[in-house]
Design a protein around this ligand. Structure first.
Ligand SMILES: *Cc1c(COP(=O)(O)O)cnc(C)c1O
Length: 386
């Protein structure tokens, strides 16, 4: 099955739902069994639905579709993307272990390692995202997890995932990747050596900025452990949110190429602006991550960064405050465009990130790019005049 066909046809069970195209929302805690024998044997008899927290057809639908999308052995859903990250990590470490984390990681991942894992006796250290096979030198005898994110949050630096995975596996470590940026559509971590691919499904899977959702897609080696341990935590994603996430996923195959096309148009235009000193989008041929991106990814999403040649907050605010089509707010991956200030230089400990001016993070939505360019053009006018 090709990619776009998978998005439409996996995780569906029409025949068992009166012909309804979408599996309905099962609201369930108690599941009733007709006989004592069936109740007593519910764990071993192969019956799929045992108790609401353990999964319903609504949940199995999204799990199966995510598993198919990424070529995994199975998926665990979580109530947010951050919880997918923390569930993956906590399921695979014990006191005394060491975790290696890319310096370009989503900031709350860093907080979790430093504040929560450290408190349970799990040490973490941060590495240069560009390290590639050089990660070998940082792997200790007790390193059990290597955490990757590519492209990195805010800086969009592309990691050499196959090289990092090979070195980590040689040392017996599990490789995890935050694959939110590609939506799972443009990059397949498990085909590039990653064991566990984690998603803020809140972003491109949901695609409409109205649901929080996370997914942990595991290979065969890691699935049992992550599934069992996350169940010990009482992890459960709510049925209405799961339903909306699966509905969003159905149209990912038409949304992602449009995000890519629009983002490319805007990134190229930004590159030619005299107010812009740097554009961080791996799909641009002169981006430092372009070669690896081209080797490993089949496309790019609508999220990237750029730097304007002034750090004057009055000027930056004059640009952002008057935008008509770009919203200002956290998260991304919805159909709408967003533009916010960011500060990648504050989020590094192993490497230095220097910027001269103000970094902005843009999410290019599904609008007509001409309208977006006009909006940005007027924004630069305000920036220049302020
Ligand atoms: C947003 C985001 C998350 C967290 O997802 P939530 O659903 O907001 O908890 C994790 N990783 C990356 C790269 C993100 O952008």
């Amino acid at each position: 099955m090709k990619e776009d066909t998978k998005l439409v046809h996996t995780g569906r069970d029409t025949a068992n739902h009166h012909g309804a195209v979408n599996t309905p929302v099962y609201h369930a805690s108690t599941i009733l069994f007709p006989t004592m024998e069936e109740y007593v044997n519910r764990q071993t008899s192969g019956v799929a639905v045992k108790y609401g927290r353990r999964g319903t057809p609504t949940i199995f639908g999204l799990e199966d579709a995510m598993t198919a999308l990424e070529g995994g052995a199975g998926t665990v859903l979580t109530p947010s993307g951050l919880q997918a990250i923390t569930m993956a990590l906590i399921s695979c470490v014990k006191a005394g272990d060491h975790v290696l984390v890319t310096d370009s990681t989503y900031a709350p991942t860093r907080n979790f390692c430093r504040e929560i894992l450290a408190g349970f006796g799990v040490e973490s250290s941060f590495y240069d995202p560009q390290i590639g096979a050089g990660i070998e030198a940082f792997i200790k005898p007790n390193t059990t997890v290597v955490w990757t994110e590519s492209p990195g949050s805010q800086t969009f630096d592309v990691q050499d995932i196959p090289a990092i995975s090979a070195a980590a596996h040689a040392a017996g470590a599990t490789v995890m990747m935050d694959n939110t940026w590609s939506g799972g559509y443009y990059f397949k971590p498990l085909e590039h050596g990653v064991d566990i691919s984690v998603h803020a499904a809140t972003k491109y899977v949901v695609g409409h900025s109205d649901v929080m959702m996370g997914a942990v897609v595991c290979n065969a080696r890691t699935l049992d452990q992550v599934k069992t341990r996350s169940s010990y935590f009482g992890n459960h994603a709510g049925p209405d949110d799961v339903y909306l996430a699966l509905r969003g996923l159905r149209t990912m195959g038409v949304r992602m190429p449009r995000h890519f096309e629009n983002a490319m148009t805007i990134a190229r235009w930004l590159q030619d602006r005299e107010e812009v000193t740097r554009v961080m989008y791996p799909a641009l041929p002169n981006d430092p991550g372009h070669t690896i991106w081209k080797r490993d990814f089949t496309g790019a999403s609508g999220l990237f960064g750029f730097v304007v040649n002034t750090g004057d907050q009055t000027k930056v605010a004059a640009m952002l405050d008057g935008l008509e089509f770009f919203g200002m707010g956290s998260s991304w991956g919805g159909y709408e465009s967003l533009l916010i200030p960011s500060a990648p230089e504050k989020n590094r400990t192993a490497t230095e990130w220097t910027v001269d001016g103000q970094t902005l993070r843009i999410h290019v939505g599904l609008e007509d790019p001409d309208d977006l360019l006009t909006d940005l053009d007027k924004g630069f006018d305000r920036l220049n005049k302020a």
